[in-house]
Write a protein of this length. Structure first.
Length: 81
């Protein structure tokens, strides 16, 4: 599969690009318009994009009165039932 994935980005110096933490804390400027393109590369498997998307979905669901509370102890048991 030539010409796919990282091979398309050989000319990009990723070390010079801002990181998500830099953007979040305001050290770098984000998009200036809807025409700007962003890219999040999760090459170390932290899953920030899932946490961010999950936060938006959760907030929207709460605003719409959807879903229901799940007991915290479902996720904190120290033994398998």
């Amino acid at each position: 599969m030539a010409g796919r994935g990282w091979q398309l980005a050989e000319e990009i110096d990723f070390d010079k690009l801002p990181t998500l933490p830099q953007l979040v804390v305001g050290r770098v400027e984000g998009r200036k318009s809807d025409a700007d393109v962003t890219c999040f590369i999760n090459n170390i498997g932290l899953g920030y994009q899932f946490a961010a998307a999950g936060s938006v979905v959760y907030r929207k669901a709460k605003e719409c009165g959807l879903g229901h509370d799940v007991p915290t102890d479902w996720f904190t048991e120290d033994v398998h039932p």
